[in-house]
Write a protein that binds this ligand. Structure first.
Ligand SMILES: Cc1cc2nc3c(=O)[nH]c(=O)nc-3n(C[C@H](O)[C@H](O)[C@H](O)COP(=O)(O)OP(=O)(O)OC[C@H]3O[C@@H](n4cnc5c(N)ncnc54)[C@H](O)[C@@H]3O)c2cc1C
Length: 419
């Protein structure tokens, strides 16, 4: 029996909108289902420069260049005493256009990405919540959509789960595993009138350690004088003795941390305080018969290096290419959809190793680079998001002797591909 669509993409965040746009551009009948009505709030504003190449492929560059989104040229790290170390300027390494990226208000950016998918011919439905993915045996065959008067079933040859932290398929199949070493929470909001640096530092993402390196703040300048500010730490650090009021906790944490306090002295909070927790996890598989996971629906790394959107875009791209090849060949088995999953997971693992090093209170990037100056370039490449290659990982050959790094990923995809 014929299917309603070639592909259904669940979720209109960056991963879903990327996969949907590319599949529609290939000429496949593609349906994107997004549960909310845009614009909606979403955290995750700071991009990595390597997003440039997916934007180029998507035809998004001109739209981004025309926007008022703040340009980001560097990342800066501030110690617990408020001292700023030398910024990592992406443009010093390569002055080309792609080295400067953007800080994006996600309500507007995600809307732009979905509009772009629609322009490429994808059917986009907002307010369309997928209740569950339907399987016949091991094969995904469609989705059950929640409607006002019950449910509707829609079938497709391939289902791409881009549902973010909802991780629809991974939860349904019990694939999701959290990382006990990176069990963190975040409390965040938006401020007007923060003290932002000038010149090429004006758009920098600033990462500021809290006293005792118990946690860290992000400071991300956005348009209209707004700054995104949040604190990340183990849940126990953020809740102990605070009576469970996130706004009071955020205020106290700002007060205790010289590096962020100075920047917010003249600022006022202009939005509610939000909380999220336990956000580092991965899935034991990335693809199966007729289904694929992309972006946060597959896995998410702690936000310290702002890698979430890059990984979302890249996995969306990989998934679209694999799904296209599978549809052309008429084979959407796990083996056919697995083409790039190992490469993706290897690249994600590079960033995960860097995250582990960041959270090791005994480890110092400065001391490491002093002894191994040959790895400075690899470190900057990692911060840029240049992780889809075999070279930058060499830094971990030496770093492994300085700090405990995570074990390599061992998903079932490789085995599934072999069968
Ligand atoms: C505290 C914090 C700070 C972060 N900071 C950064 C940062 O600075 N830079 C960065 O790059 N990343 C950051 N991230 C990560 C970033 O937000 C995510 O990695 C990124 O949004 C993932 O994109 P996605 O498309 O996979 O998922 P999402 O952006 O989460 O999109 C998923 C979409 O699916 C929809 N959906 C969910 N369930 C259903 C359903 N059942 N039916 C239909 N639709 C559904 C949702 O409404 C949503 O629109 C941060 C994350 C956290 C937690």
């Amino acid at each position: 029996m014929g299917r309603d669509y070639d592909c259904i993409v669940i979720g209109g965040g960056p991963s879903g909108a990327t996969a949907a746009a590319l599949l529609a551009a290939y000429g496949h009948r593609t349906l994107l289902l997004e549960r909310s009505h845009f614009p909606r709030h979403k955290i995750g504003e700071s991009l990595m420069p390597q997003t440039y190449w997916t934007f180029k492929r998507l035809g998004m560059l001109d739209k981004l260049k025309r926007s008022d989104f703040v340009r980001k040229e560097s990342v800066q790290f501030v110690g617990e005493d408020g001292r700023t170390s030398e910024p990592y300027y992406f443009t010093d390494r390569d002055p080309s256009e792609w080295s400067t990226t953007w800080q994006v208000p996600r309500d507007r950016f995600d809307q732009m990405m979905c509009d772009n998918a629609a322009e490429k011919g994808c059917e986009v439905r907002f307010g369309a919540r997928v209740r569950r993915v339907r399987f016949e045996g091991e094969r995904a065959t469609g989705v059950e959509l929640q409607t006002a008067d019950g449910s509707e079933t829609i079938s497709a040859e391939i289902i791409i789960d881009a549902s973010g932290q909802s991780s629809l398929i991974a939860r349904q199949l019990g694939l999701r595993k959290s990382d006990p070493k990176l069990r963190n929470a975040a409390i965040y909001s938006y401020f007007r009138g923060a003290q932002v640096d000038e010149g090429r530092n004006a758009g920098a993402t600033i990462v500021i350690h809290t006293p005792g390196r118990a946690g860290w703040f992000w400071f991300i300048p956005l348009p209209d004088g707004i700054t995104s500010v949040g604190v990340v730490a183990p849940p126990a650090v953020l809740t102990t003795g605070r009576g469970g009021d996130p706004a009071a906790t955020l205020e106290e944490e700002i007060d205790r941390c010289p590096g962020i306090r100075a920047r917010l002295e003249q600022a006022e909070r202009v939005d509610e305080v939000r909380v999220c927790s336990d956000f580092t996890y991965t899935s034991t598989r990335m693809a199966g018969d007729g289904w694929m996971l992309v972006g946060d629906a597959f896995g998410f790394l702690d936000p310290v290096y702002s890698s979430g959107v890059l990984l979302a875009l890249k996995s969306g791209e990989f998934a679209a290419d694999a799904a296209h090849a599978a549809l052309v060949r008429g084979d959407s088995s796990a083996a056919a959809l697995n083409g790039k999953t190992e490469e993706f997971q290897r690249s994600m693992h590079l960033l995960k190793q860097l995250v582990y090093a960041f959270y090791d209170k005994q480890f110092s990037f400065g001391a490491f680079l002093k002894e191994h100056p040959q790895h400075k370039d690899n470190l900057v490449r990692l911060l840029i998001g240049d992780v889809f290659n075999d070279e930058v990982g060499k830094i971990f050959d030496q770093m492994g002797a300085w700090t405990e790094l995570p074990a390599p990923p061992h998903t079932q995809d490789a085995r599934a591909a072999a069968t």
